[in-house]
Structure formats: C-alpha cells, structure tokens
Design a protein around this ligand. Structure first.
Ligand code: CP
Length: 340
C-alpha cells in the first residue's frame, strides 16, 4: 500500500532535511499553486495526522491542502482516538500504554502514504525534550514519510510558510534585517518556530537580530548552528538585544512568545519570569523604529499582550498572509513527498 519503501522514506522533521534544491522546488510549486498557474494531483493518497496536543492552523491547513489536491486525511487525536503509546525500546509493557509506537507506526504505514505528527514534549527537562524522541520514534518505525507538525525543537511547516511569505513580501532576502523579538504570554510556546525560522532566515542571507529578556536564550545547539550558517552565508547574527536595538532599521519584526529554557519544567519560576518581563509588547512605537517594518507572528497571538491591536490590524501585519501561505506551501510539500 505505501508508495515509499522503507529505505527511501524521506522524513520532514526539520527544514534542512529537504535539501536546498527541494526547498526551492516546493516554494516554486507553492507559488504556482497559489497563483493558479499549476495543478497538482494526489488522488488516492492518504495522510494520517496524529495530534498529541492542539492545533488550529496546522490541522486545518494540512487537511484542506490534501483535500484540494484530491487526497484524504485521517485525523487522530491522542487520548480520544487511539491508545496510549509506549516509546521505549525493549520495555516490559505492564504500564498504562497497551500499544507500542513500533506497532502503531507499522500498522498505519500500511494504510496511509505519510504520517504527520504533532508530539507533546513532556515539559520536565529541556535536555530530554530537545532530543525530539517522540517524533524520531515515529520516523524510525514508519515505512512512509513522517512530517513534523511541531516538535520541541522544530516547526518546519511554519518555517516553510514564513520563508515563502518573506520572499513574497520582500523579493530577494539577502541583507534584509529581521528582528526576532520575544513577547510575553502566560502560556508561552516552545522555541520550535523561532529555531526553524531563524535558521531559514540565516540560510537566505538575512541579517538576524534576536531580542529577549535575560534567561530566554534559545537552544545552545541551535544557536551554534545559527552562527555557522551566518558565517557561511555572510549574514549578521546578533542576540540578547533589547526590542528597540533589534527593531532599529529592521525590515521585518517577527514576534513570538517562548518559554525560558533555563527554568524549563519549573512552572512557578517560569511564571515569575514572565511577570517580571513588562515592556515587551510589540506596539506601533516599537515598529516605527524599523525600516517601514512589517510584522510576522506564527499565531496564536495574544492581543495587546504580545502585540497591540493597532499593529495587528494595521497595514504592517503579514499575519493573515503567513497563515494563508501554510496552505499553499503544504500543498507544494505534500505534492513533492507523496508523488512517488
Ligand atoms: N502556527 C501554528 O502552528 O498554529 P497552530 O498551533 O494553531 O497549528
């Protein structure tokens, strides 16, 4: 049944795994599909989508993407639609989970042509969660491509749409300045979106300025990779700036809440850090420091806490284009992964 054999299944856990040529192909196809100058056809193809935590955009845009291409998705939500799963190798399964990921992935691989997974990091230790073992176990056992719908470390589907939106808005990206700024939230996200989009921006030759309060440094391994890419591509990478320093002369401001990795797994300390971080809301005064700057945010966005209504509803906002482009870029990606 699956059209991709065991050895060849190309997984999409992080953007880099596609390779630069294929990223270009996917973006070009997405552009043609958006303009209506190309058609893609995936009739008879199915994708299983497994959600271990909630989603609005990813779930809807992937489902509609495959529907518009003539294919079909099966949506499964953990806790209501399938058994609790064991991920450990060689364990005696006498706990709560009656099924192993190995068996679930094997079975689903004989029904569908790709598996899209949104895992739920345990949230106790960043050192453990950053290994992305949840999604990597699916990739290890599945015989079809596994698509990451946002793990602890990466959100490649968002980065693909962000890259498309940046190019659509600015054309060539080399030397454009993107200010990535932390925003406050009582329910901060993980750093996955920022990690993926930061590397995509640097790979495009952009100058990247990251602003965050002390204690909100991004993952050390990702930042080492970011420095290497900046050196390779000739972009400038600045970190630990204030919002004003980062946004000064920026062409685009990318706002996003993310949790402190320093106190990861300690909700009390995390909440007190957020409470101490007043003054990080993105508003028109901050945006005015940029170079006619546009605003991006992957959503969901907390209005008047992360970003003011004035900016969100004004002409600087690219949020709706970004969200719409999830659909077009995922159509491009699915066409490439499932065409066989
Ligand atoms: N940006 C994003 O992935 O949105 P959802 O969490 O709603 O899917």
């Amino acid at each position: 049944m699956p059209m991709v054999d065991d050895a060849a299944a190309p997984h999409f856990i992080r953007l880099r795994e596609l390779g630069e040529d294929r990223i270009e192909d996917v973006l070009a196809l997405a552009g043609r599909l958006k303009r209506g100058t190309s058609r893609a056809e995936l009739s008879g193809r199915s994708v299983g989508m497994l959600f271990f935590r909630g989603s609005l955009r990813t779930r809807t845009s992937l489902e509609v993407a495959l529907y518009q291409l003539g294919g079909h998705t099966v949506n499964l939500t953990a806790s209501s639609d399938f058994w609790e799963l064991e991920a450990r190798h060689g364990t005696v399964m006498d706990g709560a989970a009656p099924e192993h990921i190995r068996d679930a992935a094997g079975v689903l691989s004989s029904y569908v042509h790709a598996l899209a997974i949104r895992p739920k990091p345990a949230g106790r230790s960043w050192e453990v969660d950053r290994r992305d073992e949840g999604i990597r176990a699916w990739a290890e056992y599945a015989r079809v491509p596994v698509i990451n719908m946002e793990s602890a470390l990466w959100h490649p589907l968002q980065a693909l749409a962000d890259l498309f939106t940046l190019r659509e808005t600015f054309g060539p990206l080399a030397k454009k300045r993107i200010a990535i700024t932390w925003t406050p939230s009582p329910t901060p996200s993980g750093p996955a979106v920022i990690h993926s989009t930061l590397l995509a921006a640097l790979r495009s030759g952009m100058n990247v300025a990251v602003a965050h309060p002390r204690g909100y440094e991004l993952d050390g391994g990702v930042m080492s990779e970011a420095e290497e890419i900046a050196r390779e591509r000739g972009g400038k990478l600045e970190t630990g700036l204030s919002p004003e320093e980062a946004v000064k002369d920026a062409d685009v401001v990318y706002a996003r809440s993310w949790s402190s990795l320093e106190v990861y797994g300690n909700p009390t300390l995390a909440a007190s850090r957020v409470a101490r971080s007043a003054g990080w809301t993105v508003d028109e005064k901050l945006m005015a420091l940029g170079n006619d700057a546009r605003l991006m945010h992957p959503m969901p966005v907390r209005r008047n806490l992360e970003v003011s209504d004035e900016v969100l509803d004004g002409p600087r906002s690219l949020l709706m284009a970004q969200a719409e482009n999830r659909l077009h870029t995922q159509k491009g990606l699915l066409s490439m992964l499932l065409r066989g």
